[in-house]
Design a protein around this ligand. Sequence first.
Ligand code: ZN
Length: 136
Amino acid sequence: MEYDYFCPMCRGHLRVGDKLVFSAKTRENKQGLIFLSPELGNYTTEHHPSFDIKEGEEYRYYCPICHAKLNYQENEKLVKIFMTDESEDEYEIFFSGIAGEKCTYRMRDKEKEEFGPDRDKYKQYFDLPDEYRKYL
Ligand SMILES: [Zn+2]
């Protein structure tokens, strides 16, 4: 299946070959590139050895094209991007910006699909009506 992923701000393509490319930054402003698998539920991550990814650490994700921050405004632990499938249907994709957390959510018209062993972690968040989310 050929999925395309893009930045919600500039709609630039984040998928190059068989990787999704992001620029990432730690709270201590250490920066580097992160390559993720475009396959939902595959948590293979690649990065240069000099960019040390620590389990449990929270990362800010940025579009490598327009440099917009991709962390979800209402919950900065989640990163939000867009996806289109082979029939050009558009989805919102959320995944955890915390290293080691394996969960992905695919949303379209209030329908949610969950992926990954840590999927229960933010599940409740997406089940809540929008107006309650800000209290979490
Ligand atoms: Zn962008």
